[in-house]
Write a protein of this length. Structure first.
Length: 209
């Protein structure tokens, strides 16, 4: 069926050995077929604001400070789509990018949610703040608990720190507020993707309310 679809769409096909497919897909699960596509087309942070404006909604953006696991990136993209967000911002260096693994984990959400890649995340946050976007960072030692967040209905950017180190000091200093998610004392912390999902749900709930 895949071969028939490719042929009908005029897509060139090449027969390859399993070892060649393993190499081309970086040992990903390919089930004997792979599709070569152009590199991911990253957006500009301004595109995310325009997307929100086109929908007549207050921007809801997630920025990732050093997330290195592409599966976490994909999961966060999926959560942004699920809870009415308008995009994700990632740094260009020392961070996960929109690879095949990230795309797969997003379960199709990557085709609907824009991901912007920036050279300097701190500068991008400054630009968002100039556009009237409030920036809150997630951290266990936050100033307020997530349910008490007062910025939910305003233009908002939620910053999620890296899997191991959390928010960097530079990015934390840029945030208007540091927010923590209340969890049981027996749990050390939440996975970055889960923390983003919980935060997005709470903001979406507050906006509906």
């Amino acid at each position: 069926e895949a071969i028939k679809l490719a042929s009908a769409r005029g897509i060139s096909m090449l027969e390859a050995s399993r070892s060649d497919l393993d190499r081309l897909t970086d040992d990903a699960i390919h089930q004997g077929i792979a599709l070569q596509i152009p590199p991911y087309d990253y957006a500009d942070p301004r595109d995310l604001l325009e997307f929100a404006a086109d929908r007549g909604e207050a921007p809801l953006i997630v920025a990732l400070d050093g997330i290195t696991d592409p599966r976490n990136l994909g999961a966060i993209v999926r959560s942004v789509a699920a809870f009415g967000g308008h995009g994700v911002i990632i740094p260009e260096r020392r961070a996960a990018s929109m690879t095949a693994a990230a795309w797969k984990t997003s379960a199709g959400a990557a085709s609907r949610i824009k991901v912007a890649q920036v050279v300097n995340l701190a500068r991008a946050i400054d630009e968002l703040k100039k556009q009237g976007v409030f920036v809150v960072g997630l951290d266990m030692d936050g100033d307020v608990d997530l349910p008490e967040l007062t910025f939910s209905s305003d233009p908002l950017c939620i910053v999620v720190g890296s899997e191991g180190k959390g928010l960097s000091r530079l990015i934390a200093d840029k945030c208007d507020q540091i927010v923590s998610i209340p969890i049981a004392a027996t749990t050390e912390s939440l996975n970055a993707g889960i923390a983003a999902a919980v935060s997005l749900y709470e903001v979406a709930r507050a906006r509906r309310g």
